[in-house]
Design a protein around this ligand. Sequence first.
Ligand code: HEC
Ligand code: HEC
Ligand code: HEC
Ligand code: HEC
Ligand code: HEC
Length: 215
Amino acid sequence: MALIFPRWTNWIPLLLAAAGAAGAIVVPTAVWYYFSPEYTDVGYTPVQPIAYSHRLHAGELGIDCRYCHDTADRAAKASIPPTDTCMNCHRTIQSKSEKLALVRESDATGKAIPWVRVHMLPDYAYFDHSAHLAAGVGCVTCHGRIDEMEVVRQEKPLSMSWCLDCHRNPAPNLRPPPMVTAMAWNAMDAGYDPHKDPARRRFPTPPTYCSGCHR
Ligand code: HEC
Ligand code: HEC
Ligand code: HEC
Ligand code: HEC
Ligand code: HEC
């Protein structure tokens, strides 16, 4: 006779009893922890269709982040560069390289390179790059040392509590807005105090009310 319930379900009454005995705290805590983005997303490093290296381009060659992510400081999305941006250089640099075959194919056919998304908030959460960059939050604060990554990985949880930790006390994470893409910059070495920056016309007040991020 076919089993209607898999054999492991025999353990459920025992598990429930154990959970009851251990207090109602353990199970919700475990569920909350294992399903929170801190557990599921940090370290996510998908394989990309091309061996494009930030360590080489943004690190060694020192190309500014906004050369490629050129909408970051004026729009919500930071944008992934079109093939044309790569071809600006690779029409002449390494123009025969095997590693760039897919870039040339994309240029010839007009079909976009299928880059795999790394960071992704759920639709019900609203995020805007330009507001953060204008206030002087650096890329490195939310994305880590991208200029040292061969392949991009997610460094921060992007969870609600992570957003709120900064929104409640943004001061330690602020820098002069012109320094937002400077990966090695830090406030302590620079002796920077955002409260005393004469270039700031107002001190940032990030939203902590629900509709600020759930619109
Ligand atoms: C020469 C172009 C170029 C430059 C310069 C560049 N990037 Fe990128 N970036 C890309 C491409 C292409 C991708 C998509 C493929 C990938 O994830 O590696 C990408 C992906 C990313 C992602 C992941 C996006 C996602 O899918 O979630 C982040 C974050 C990022 N870049 C940040 C930066 C930062 C910060 C800098 C400056 C230190 C920078 N990039 C400089 C081309 C560039
Ligand atoms: C305050 C935190 C924060 C800062 C500062 C920040 N990012 Fe992001 N970035 C995010 C989040 C969160 C996402 C995911 C957004 C989503 O899914 O809607 C993201 C996504 C991206 C993506 C994927 C495309 C997109 O817009 O969804 C790229 C590329 C990127 N960031 C590059 C950058 C660069 C370059 C800088 C600096 C110029 C930067 N980011 C600064 C938090 C930040
Ligand atoms: C500002 C110029 C510039 C831009 C823009 C640029 N690259 Fe590069 N890229 C270089 C240089 C310089 C090298 C190193 C060439 C060498 O080692 O001889 C390189 C090397 C590479 C390599 C390694 C090639 C090999 O055979 O070793 C890949 C892959 C690559 N780039 C992909 C990309 C992609 C994808 C883009 C667009 C997102 C891009 N590059 C945009 C300048 C650029
Ligand atoms: C490291 C600090 C930091 C982190 C992390 C951070 N923010 Fe912010 N956020 C700010 C600052 C600073 C501002 C600008 C407030 C101002 O200009 O008054 C801001 C502004 C905003 C705004 C208002 C934008 C507007 O157009 O009104 C939204 C929405 C927002 N953040 C969402 C998020 C979300 C969602 C996350 C997490 C995924 C996040 N933030 C993570 C510091 C941060
Ligand atoms: C600073 C931005 C921000 C504010 C303010 C904010 N949230 Fe969120 N919230 C987020 C983000 C980002 C996520 C998605 C996190 C993830 O990927 O799971 C989220 C997720 C959620 C979820 C989905 C369940 C979960 O925990 O993942 C609920 C419910 C929620 N928020 C309710 C609220 C309520 C209620 C408030 C007001 C008290 C609030 N949020 C304020 C950014 C914010």
